[in-house]
Write a protein that binds this ligand. Sequence first.
Ligand SMILES: CC(C)(COP(=O)(O)OP(=O)(O)OC[C@H]1O[C@@H](n2cnc3c(N)ncnc32)[C@H](O)[C@@H]1OP(=O)(O)O)[C@@H](O)C(=O)NCCC(=O)NCCS
Length: 135
Amino acid sequence: MDIEYRWRDTVTDPELVELTRAHGGNTEPGWWDRIRPHSLGWVSARTGQGRLVGFVNVAWDGGDHAFLLDTKTHPEHQRQGIGTALCGHAARGAHRAGCEWLHVDFRPELAPFYFDSCGFTSTSAGLIDLTQFRV
Ligand SMILES: CC(C)(COP(=O)(O)OP(=O)(O)OC[C@H]1O[C@@H](n2cnc3c(N)ncnc32)[C@H](O)[C@@H]1OP(=O)(O)O)[C@@H](O)C(=O)NCCC(=O)NCCS
């Protein structure tokens, strides 16, 4: 199937809610409208009929670091190279915007996807679970 990839395509909040829920993910209506103004960019993957079947968001620090978030391919279209293509387009979009580094973190089982297919290398990173904080 022909898939069209676009950087900073118009993607609506309901489209992203539907895509997220299609693979059992949690989302709240309004999420995308709220965060979009803070993104460096995003990549959409659409069928010839215009259906959104893939998405990745690219956050950044306003300088040379970009961060991949929310990579998703619709379950009916997974394992066809769409996720890999989304990450490639995101990397090129971040590079064109002047970034020098693209970061991602992920569950261990996705290592073959991000390392072997998308070309990320391993690095040290840190994390704090902020839900443990008492206000
Ligand atoms: C992860 C995800 C984006 C991959 O999208 P995709 O379009 O299926 O990926 P690709 O077809 O480009 O996969 C290329 C290769 O990556 C690896 N890969 C893909 N999905 C994988 C998975 N779930 N687990 C382990 N390896 C995976 C495989 O080696 C695959 O090659 P193969 O199909 O020849 O075996 C998709 O499974 C998804 O949307 N998952 C739900 C949301 C999610 O967890 N997102 C990640 C947030 S960090």
